[in-house]
Write a protein that binds this ligand. Sequence first.
Ligand code: ADP
Ligand code: MG
Length: 322
Amino acid sequence: MDKLSKENKEYLIKRNTNEYEVVIGLEVHAQVLSESKLFSTSPTKFGSEPNTQVSLVDAAFPGMLPVINEFCIKQAIKTGIGLNAKINKKSIFDRKNYFYADLPQGYQISQYKNPIVGEGTVTLDLPNGEKKIGIERLHLEQDAGKSIHDVDPNNTLVDLNRSGVALMEIVSKPDLRSLDEVNSYIKKLRSIMRYLGTCDGNMQEGSLRADVNVSVRKKGSKELGTRCEIKNVNSIKFMQMAIDYEANRQVDVLEEGGSIDQETRLFDTKKNETRSMRSKEDAHDYRYFPDPDLLPLELDENFINDIKKIFQNYQMKKRKDL
Ligand code: ADP
Ligand code: MG
């Protein structure tokens, strides 16, 4: 494999006489710091005995209705303000339908076309200066349960403690260009959320994980290449290893005259390679539709302003601390 070139702080992959630029966009899943779940009163404590933090809502018993947790809404708004982002006064919870053993509802409640937080920016402090990374959106969604494959040799076990825990999905624009920028971006996001107390950022416990989108293009090209998405990577080092492997794989395909298929891949941390999981699903595969059990979320100006005030107090306090 060719060496990475870091001249001019650029991350370029060289093959034969060609130079390729790597383009990265991250979908970060940050677990909301909250004592109870997004639509139920079950506790969210990490590391409890399996299936001890599961209400009838989380287990999707027939007829159970979700009730929104106001605290989680406030946490998402706070984070949105921390990302210098637009807070949307009206947002909608949709059902994202798919089947999985650890998803008893048969759908995840998420936000699709109308997220609670819109565009924003995160500023990175890099060795060669500042760089602004665009934020596309932040939306709230439920986490799924956990399938456990390595306890019983003949069965998969399901733990629903995580089912229904609130997540913030923070989607960046495809503005990241190197492994160092990815490192700096994740650390910056984590420090913003830790400072605000909206996510503990603990990657070992899965409170912060990301889907990593990678494409390559010839240096100087204006158009973006076709991306592949690597699912659920839970450490910065693994993100960097996955991107490096994946970008080199794409360059090899292009150099051999092939083209990149848009697909969802997984990163095998033991073999240090990405493997195809499935061709990329389209939004219509999920049959998104507004959850009929939940009204649109309408925020009143004062509600948002009260949160902004807490924020200003933080900043005043920070200035005093300096
Ligand atoms: P999806 O749900 O289909 O993954 P999203 O809009 O939630 O779509 O996320 C798309 C992510 O992929 C964003 O982080 C975006 O920055 C990134 N992305 C889009 N196009 C490219 C590309 N050509 N190369 C790399 N990343 C990309
Ligand atoms: Mg995605």
